[in-house]
Structures are given as structure tokens and as C-alpha cells.
Design a protein around this ligand. Structure first.
Ligand SMILES: [Zn+2]
Length: 371
């Protein structure tokens, strides 16, 4: 959103449901979205003392990292990938180590681009003068090269030769090609060191449920929004933005509170507190009892859902488990004869019989005991 600093408030989820990838330290408080996360390498590759002479080698049919490293018998981290992208329609090359993944957001932010997309094969062939899979930085004319800092620390590495079925070994930055800019453009990998301490980075999925942005005077200056200070001087407002993800909060709650049958709503955000299930709503006595309990609860400001469908009991129970209203009241033939109903909490299997007259109190007691 602009401004200098932002915080994202994430709920960590163990399921695949999280839409963000988070890295965090197993020792200190460091945590960051993968769009921002940085790291220190735990075991950097050995740095050769001497710069060896560059050599073009045949790598027939080997165009992927796996194929090239196997063919040349080198580690993936001694090979440098040259990835061609289109930034706002213009080709740009991103150079990262063979064992790393490019982070598109970091590259996009670094370039200040609005649109960033993988270059189609036709563009790759145009700028490299060879088929896809053999792109390299040497002789890549007119294309800006963004180089990841890890590449600048490598010596005698392998790159594509911009020729079909050929790579170049013993390549060295500055001697053999020049970076247009150097920037962190890769995903921080889990297992590497924390940027702040000697802890290791863990990776989890998260849901962003809130954020804050320090906007400073970015918008107030552009919109000419000013106030007079005590001395009567005009000054721009200092602005902040504070957001709670209203729609993501229930999503996050469901990720956290559920079982194999469905949702288990925490009572504070449950859409209703009680679901009433008459086993046979078409019968006069069930119908009457259900409506009476419904009215009693609603009159006592307890939000209620009444399943008045003519479905079988099993269908109603399954649906109740699926939508996960905290308290469930079942009105059945046997108990009703004794003036009782069944009361159950969604988060457990235990159910108890309570007097129909005491439903409101019993529901209150149950809700007091649960989350
Ligand atoms: Zn740390």
C-alpha cells in the first residue's frame, strides 16, 4: 500500500488452507512472509581461490538443472540459472543459483514493474539466439541482468552458452559478464539460518487476518490534507492504516476449529449458538416443542437455528455436524414423553438429557463451559 513499514498478522495453519507461505525462526522472534523473508546460508559452497579459464562444453539434450548437473557432475549450486522474464513487456534476465527458486514479488519490487511474467519461448529465442534451456549471461545484449547476491559470491560456475546443447564452465561475474543490478530475488529456503540469530528457518502456511501500514505523509501530501499545529504552521497528517480481515477471520477459524465431520465454531463468532433438531417436525408434538424452545431461547437473546425440514434424522445430524453450531438440541419421541430434550456440544460426543423447562439455563451452562 506504500509507506515505509507494514506488519502482517498471520494465523499459522497446518492444513493446505493457508494462502501465504511464512518463514520463521525456531529460536528468535523473526518471522516473515516469503515475499520478504531473508536468510543466511548455513553451508555456503567452497570458494575457489583461482579464477579458471572459461570453457564452452557440449551438453547434448541437457537443458534442465537436473540434466546439466548430472551431465557435468557439478552441484546445482555451482550452476547459475538465467531466467528470462518480461517486465512491463520488456525482457529482463534474472540470475540465481541452480538450487534456488526465483521470488517473483522480490524481482517485481526490485524492478518497480507493474506486470512481470515469464517470457514466452519466442522472446527467449529472440534475446538468447538459441532454443529455451540454454540461456546464459554471456553475450546477452540489451537485456538488463538482475543478479542474486549468492551468485556474486560464486566462482567458476556453470551457465548456459546461448547456443543449442552448450554450456560454459568456469564462469566468473565481473570478469565474464557484468550485472546490471544485484538484489535478493530468491525464496528464503527452510532449513537455512535466520537472518538475526543462529536459529534455523521453518516454513508454514498462514492466513493473513490483519495488517497495519505506516503510511507516513505519502497520501496526505499528495492529497494536500493538512492541519495547523500549535504555532499555526500547516503540516501534513501522519497516516496509518489498520485492517482486520473480516472475511478471512471465519476462514481462519474454520481452519483451526474443525474435525472430520465439519466445522466446530468457537461460540464468539458462531453464526448461531444453538441448533434445534426436531426428529419429526411434521408431528404436532415435536413441532410445538421445537417452536416453544426456539421462542424461549430467542427471547433470552440466544441466537437459534431451527431445522424444520422433513429430512431423515441422519441427514439432519450430518448437516448439523457440517455447519458446526456449538450447541445442539434434539427433540425425540422418547425423551419428549418424559418432558426432556437432548443437549449436546458440537465439540464432544457426550450428550445429556435436560428438562424442557430448564432449556435456557442448560444452554447457558453449556456455552459457559466451552470455547
Ligand atoms: Zn532467529
Amino acid at each position: 500500500m506504500g509507506g515505509k513499514a507494514a506488519h502482517e498478522f498471520m494465523l499459522i495453519v497446518d492444513t493446505e488452507g493457508g494462502e501465504e507461505t511464512l518463514l520463521f525462526c525456531d529460536k528468535c522472534e523473526y518471522a516473515a512472509n516469503i515475499e520478504k523473508a531473508t536468510f543466511r546460508e548455513a553451508n555456503p559452497p567452497r570458494v575457489d581461490k583461482e579464477l579458471k579459464p572459461m570453457k564452452e562444453v557440449d551438453t547434448p539434450g541437457a537443458s534442465t538443472i537436473e540434466e546439466v548437473t548430472a551431465f557435468l557432475n557439478v552441484e546445482a549450486r555451482k550452476l547459475v540459472k538465467t531466467l528470462i522474464y518480461l517486465a512491463d513487456g520488456k525482457p529482463v534476465a534474472a540470475l540465481i543459483r541452480g538450487d534456488r527458486e526465483l521470488n517473483l514479488i522480490k524481482l517485481k519490487n526490485h524492478l518497480g514493474a507493474v506486470e512481470l511474467e515469464s517470457a514466452p519461448a519466442s522472446v527467449v529465442m529472440e534475446v538468447t539466439d538459441c532454443p529455451v534451456g540454454f540461456a546464459g549471461p554471456i553475450g546477452l545484449k540489451g537485456v538488463p541482468m538482475v543478479v542474486d547476491p549468492e551468485v556474486t559470491r560464486l566462482r567458476n560456475f556453470v551457465v548456459g552458452a546461448n547456443k543449442n546443447d552448450k554450456h560454459v564452465t568456469n564462469v566468473n561475474i565481473d570478469r565474464d559478464f557484468t550485472a546490471t543490478s544485484v538484489a535478493d530475488i530468491i525464496n528464503a529456503p527452510k532449513g537455512e539460518l535466520c537472518p538475526h540469530c543462529d536459529g534455523h528457518l521453518l516454513e508454514k502456511r498462514g492466513i493473513e487476518v490483519g495488517n497495519t501500514f505506516m503510511l507516513g505523509t505519502k497520501y496526505s501530501e499528495s492529497m494536500d490534507a493538512k492541519f495547523l499545529d500549535a504555532e499555526g504552521n500547516e503540516k501534513p497528517f501522519i497516516m496509518g492504516s489498520y485492517g482486520i480481515g473480516i472475511t478471512r477471520t471465519p476462514q481462519a477459524a474454520v481452519e483451526r476449529y474443525h474435525d472430520e465431520k465439519g466445522i466446530v465454531w468457537p461460540k464468539n463468532i458462531a453464526p448461531y449458538l444453538v441448533e434445534i433438531i426436531p426428529l419429526n417436525y411434521d408431528r404436532e408434538d415435536h413441532h410445538r416443542a421445537a417452536e416453544q424452545i426456539y421462542r424461549d431461547l430467542v427471547n433470552n437473546k440466544i441466537d437459534c437455528l431451527l431445522d424444520d425440514r422433513s429430512e431423515r434424522a441422519g441427514v439432519k445430524f450430518n448437516d448439523a455436524d457440517l455447519i458446526g453450531i456449538p450447541a445442539r438440541i434434539v427433540i425425540g419421541d422418547k425423551s419428549l414423553k418424559e418432558g426432556k430434550i437432548e443437549l449436546k456440544y458440537r465439540g464432544s460426543d457426550k450428550a445429556g438429557l435436560v428438562d424442557k423447562k430448564n432449556v435456557v439455563e442448560a444452554v447457558r451452562d453449556l456455552l459457559n463451559e466451552v470455547n
